[in-house]
Design a protein around this ligand. Structure first.
Ligand code: GLC
Length: 564
């Protein structure tokens, strides 16, 4: 079960891979599984315990692969099933587990079962696997010309699309189907028995192939109130509602946990895991998900939501620890859905849907501060009790790319809001591996052949962030991460920490710019989120610093790990 009473995921450091943007082995400008496999040595040297691989399944790519048309296959653009198996075994040989993304809220409109639903008549069993309803009549009279309810799509516009019937009974505008995201992402009806059965098969399919676990997409939203009531009044993210945090979710997750626990460890000690994506306003919302026997973990987004102020970080950390104890809810400072920390921290406030627009308006201002703060935030992240995830490129300090031309944008959020929200492409730009060359080494091809340009354009100065440039510089961000992960593995106070000790103890005043906590035995984190230098807390040695520290004081936007 566990390693000395300690389960591996309790303090694992995961690394989120967005495969189309990680590394490209066949030179077509799109990252792929062989590209990822060829860079496993880099991830092993970085020191991560697991990879969370975002969708790599066949998909029309209307939402970066979160529009799945076959849950049990590999998109030919990204490789083959043999490539997947080789990735899992290659990662295992380097002591890295592979966690895959399960997308149970919706599929692609190209999924065969949705196509069958479109071809079948209203009221058929095929339609009942999805959420089809007749429209509401409008003032002009009957005919179902209005969506069945007022739910919005998370990407903008209505959550309903009307189909054209061609079933032999009726031709022309017909029923509507629900999609909490894009039109091309119809929601499954989890009240239909075929749907849980289908996903059990999907889960077993990938567990049989040796994956260490699942990341569960939109875990808070997959079950809907079958009455589909209109939304009334404000819709806080934390309250159970017609499509969020419904009680039916917990028995479902318990059934998945039973499947996970029924699988023997493969190649590694300890059980398989699942980590849910649950969005919330206050961490208390996570509590039902963390009851015993449910999902092993859910992400905690506190460090993404907190503004760059010591008091906000402290409240964010305390409130998450009170509910999750740390180990049940991995910490993150970024994902493929939010503006990158090196840019986000140029603003003082936490992430909101407006952040990317605000960064565009900011131009070049505060870029240095953002970069320094992101390095400091990384040391906070990796010093906290429990598990943490790094999103690819954070270890390079990559900024959000704000200059993507409109005609290169891919995110459905951009299209559905008619450009009001620039979307999430800016954190998905292909990684720079080399200081120069086409795609900065993103694509590798045989000798003499020239790779295609990357699928999203990289900025001209991307080479200075490249792995090649940074490995050659001992003060680089990648070397800071490597040192932090090494220390985190070795230091008895870090990760889950010493058994029976309080997770962390705050030091110093809870006002001002200093964020400072102790973990036992013998460790202190100090980060200066204020505008002026602060005295370094008492210590024996400086184990690691995110920036220059001299003369007994901690400069603004800098964090240190201290031995005491
Ligand atoms: C999750 C994913 C996001 C995707 C959405 C719809 O929030 O992280 O990238 O667009 O679900 O699948």
């Amino acid at each position: 079960m566990s390693d000395g009473g300690h389960v591996w995921w309790e303090d694992a450091v995961g690394y989120e891979v967005y495969p189309r943007s990680f590394a490209d082995a066949d030179g077509d400008g799109v990252g792929d599984l062989p590209g990822l496999r060829s860079r496993l040595g880099y991830l092993a040297d970085l020191g991560v315990d697991a990879i969370w691989l975002t969708p790599f399944y066949p998909s029309p790519l209307a939402d970066g692969g979160y529009d799945v048309s076959d849950y049990c296959a590999v998109d030919p653009l990204l490789g083959t099933m043999a490539d997947f198996d080789a990735l899992v075994s290659g990662a295992a040989a380097r002591q890295i587990r592979v966690i895959i993304d399960l997308v149970p809220n919706h599929c692609s409109s190209a999924h065969p079962l949705f196509r069958a639903a479109l071809a079948a008549a209203p009221g058929s069993d095929e339609r009942a696997r999805f959420i089809f309803r007749d429209g509401r009549d409008n003032e002009q009279g009957p005919g179902g010309g209005q969506p069945p309810n007022n739910w919005p799509s998370q990407f903008g516009g209505s959550a309903w699309t009307r189909v054209t019937e061609a079933d032999g009974h009726h031709q022309g505008p017909g029923q509507w189907y629900l999609h909490l995201f894009d039109t091309s992402q119809p929601d499954w009806n989890w009240h239909h028995p075929d749907v849980p059965a289908l996903f059990e098969d999907v889960i077993r399919f990938w567990l049989d192939r040796g994956v260490a676990g699942l990341r569960v997409d939109v875990a808070h939203g997959i079950v809907k109130d079958p009455g589909l009531p209109d939304l009334t009044g404000p819709q806080p993210l934390n309250a159970p509602s017609a499509y969020r945090h419904r009680p039916e979710l917990q028995p479902l997750f318990r059934s998945w946990r039973a499947i996970l626990d029924s699988y023997p460890a493969e190649g590694f000690p300890g059980p398989r895991t699942a980590v849910g994506e649950v969005w919330y306003d206050v961490p208390e919302t996570l509590a039902p998900y963390l009851r015993s026997g449910g999902l092993p973990q859910v992400f905690n987004f506190q460090l993404i939501l907190a503004g760059w102020r010591a008091a906000e970080f402290r409240t964010a950390i305390d409130s998450a620890l009170a509910v999750t104890g740390g180990s049940r809810a991995p910490w993150v400072i970024g994902t493929h859905d939010v503006a990158r920390p090196a840019s986000r921290y140029r603003l003082d406030e936490g992430f909101t849907p407006q952040t990317v627009s605000r960064l565009i308006a900011l131009g070049d201002r505060n870029a240095e501060a953002g970069a320094r703060r992101a390095r400091a935030a990384a040391l906070v992240l990796l010093a906290l009790p429990g598990s943490a995830y790094i999103y690819q490129g954070e270890e390079l300090g990559l900024p959000e790319v704000t200059g993507i031309p409109d005609d290169a944008r891919q995110d459905p959020r951009f299209f559905r809001t008619k450009g009001e929200f620039p979307g999430r492409d800016g954190c998905r730009v292909p990684l720079p591996w080399s200081a120069a060359g086409t795609g900065f080494g993103f694509s590798r091809t045989g000798q003499g052949s020239c790779p295609a340009e990357p699928w999203l354009p990289q900025p001209a100065d991307w080479g200075r962030y490249s792995v090649e440039s940074q490995l050659a510089d001992e003060h680089s961000t990648v070397n800071l991460y490597r040192s932090a992960l090494r220390l985190r593995r070795d230091h008895p106070a870090l990760g889950r920490g010493a058994p029976g000790r309080d997770a962390l103890r705050w030091l110093g005043p809870d006002e001002g710019g200093l964020l400072c906590f102790a973990r036992e035995p013998g460790f202190v984190l100090a980060a200066n989120l204020g505008p002026a230098p602060v005295p370094l807390p008492a210590h024996r040695d400086v184990l690691l610093a995110s920036g220059p520290v001299a003369g007994g004081s901690l400069p603004p936007d800098t964090a240190v790990w201290l031995g005491t």
